[in-house]
Design a protein around this ligand. Structure first.
Ligand SMILES: Cc1cc2nc3c(=O)[nH]c(=O)nc-3n(C[C@H](O)[C@H](O)[C@H](O)COP(=O)(O)OP(=O)(O)OC[C@H]3O[C@@H](n4cnc5c(N)ncnc54)[C@H](O)[C@@H]3O)c2cc1C
Ligand code: SF4
Length: 330
């Protein structure tokens, strides 16, 4: 048993002040990541500040067609929101393909972005893990790394980022809005997730006590034709081996606009910019999709156990773009 204190905040200012003033304080939203890791002795907060009473659970339309999602909005509520389903189906699909119905009812959007990696060595306090204990080594480099990343890796960490909805948000250029001891910030989602490099223990640029208050998705008309495909070892309640968030507009057979991001293969939700560049102006046909996928995956650094992800990601990209071209819905 490891004792910790619990406090329930009534407003954002006091939540931030409480966490900021305790070196080992942390926010508690749905608890589906935090409490698991406390139980496993991986996280050891001295104070948990419950933020569930803060008025941050709304999903609002922004003037001009954007969306503002409160940090405490539950995954299930966001997935069902009319404007999300109609205008950003890729977000709704990514959410519904994550976790289980019970978890989605508890899990918040802010907590989803801050969830920790699913690398089994990270969760096993007896294994070396640079993310849990900087400088201790990375057991996954030579261990069981079938589910690990092939893009954005370093010799310090190869864990994939586990979030599904973050992949959709990366494709849509969403922005994370925060409030902290230093004031307010707006962080583009692509900058919010950090590559492991030499500091895998830093997964995002949040300062201690900085609270995510909302996620804004800019108006993105192309997102009406969007899709999230997820490939995993079993059909539900499982993290992605490979996933694809895609949106595309085709005019006269030519790709006029495209958004593409990958999950399950990168150490962060992976915006596939090389593929996007390759696709723009190309005929909307399988050869273009395959070429774009190859370009995106060219820098991949697979290991013997996860080399299959290169081919799987290649096929997944082609499948997603073909499905959009054919106007099929999932
Ligand atoms: C069995 C299982 C299967 C899962 N499968 C999937 C899946 O397939 N796809 C997927 O995407 N996810 C999956 N998840 C992860 C799940 O979506 C996350 O656990 C959940 O979204 C976290 O939200 P929460 O509100 O419970 O966060 P918490 O557990 O309360 O918090 C998580 C972290 O975020 C911090 N935090 C929370 N809110 C804020 C905030 N507003 N500002 C700053 N920091 C904050 C906390 O301090 C903590 O460090 C799975 C989880 C489990 C347990
Ligand atoms: S891959 Fe990352 S999380 Fe997993 S053991 Fe290595 S350093 Fe830790």
């Amino acid at each position: 048993m490891r004792p910790f204190s619990y406090a329930r905040a009534t407003d954002a200012g006091s939540a931030i002040a409480m966490v900021a003033s305790h070196g080992d304080g942390a926010f508690l939203a749905g608890g589906t990541t935090e409490i698991d890791l406390v139980r496993q002795n991986v996280l050891r907060p001295g104070l948990l500040v419950d933020i569930n009473d803060l008025p941050l659970n709304r999903v609002e339309d922004l003037p001009g067609g954007g969306l503002r999602i409160g940090a405490l909005a539950r995954m299930s509520d966001v997935a069902q929101a009319g404007s999300v389903v109609a205008r950003f189906p890729v977000i709704a699909q990514a959410l519904l393909l994550g976790a289980s119905a019970q978890l989605r009812n508890m899990a918040s959007m802010g907590g989803n972005l801050c969830q920790r990696v699913r690398c089994s060595y990270y969760r096993d306090a007896a294994s070396p893990c640079n993310k849990r204990e900087p400088g201790s080594g990375c057991a996954a480099l030579t261990g069981f790394n079938r589910g690990h990343a092939i893009l954005g890796t370093s010799d310090r960490c190869i864990a994939t980022h586990p979030s599904d909805v973050a992949v959709a948000l990366a494709a849509l250029d969403a922005v994370v809005h925060t409030r902290g001891p230093g004031g307010k910030r707006a962080i583009p989602v692509d900058d919010f997730f950090l590559l492991p490099g030499d500091t895998p223990e830093r997964e995002h640029p949040l300062q201690h006590g900085e609270l995510i208050v909302a996620i804004e998705v800019p108006a993105t008309p192309v997102a009406r034709q969007s899709i999230y495909l997820k490939f995993r070892d079993r059909e539900s309640y499982e993290f992605a081996l490979v996933s694809v968030a895609a949106a595309m507009r085709v005019r006269d057979g030519i790709i006029a606009e495209v958004r593409l991001a990958l999950g399950g293969v990168g150490t962060k939700p992976w915006r596939a910019r090389r593929a996007e560049q390759s696709l723009l102006g190309a005929p909307a046909e399988e050869a273009s999709f395959a070429e774009a996928a190859s370009r995106e995956l060219a820098p991949a650094t697979p290991r013997p156990l996860n080399a299959f992800k290169v081919e799987l990601a290649q096929r997944a990209i082609v499948r997603a773009l073909t499905t959009l071209t054919n106007g099929e819905t999932r």
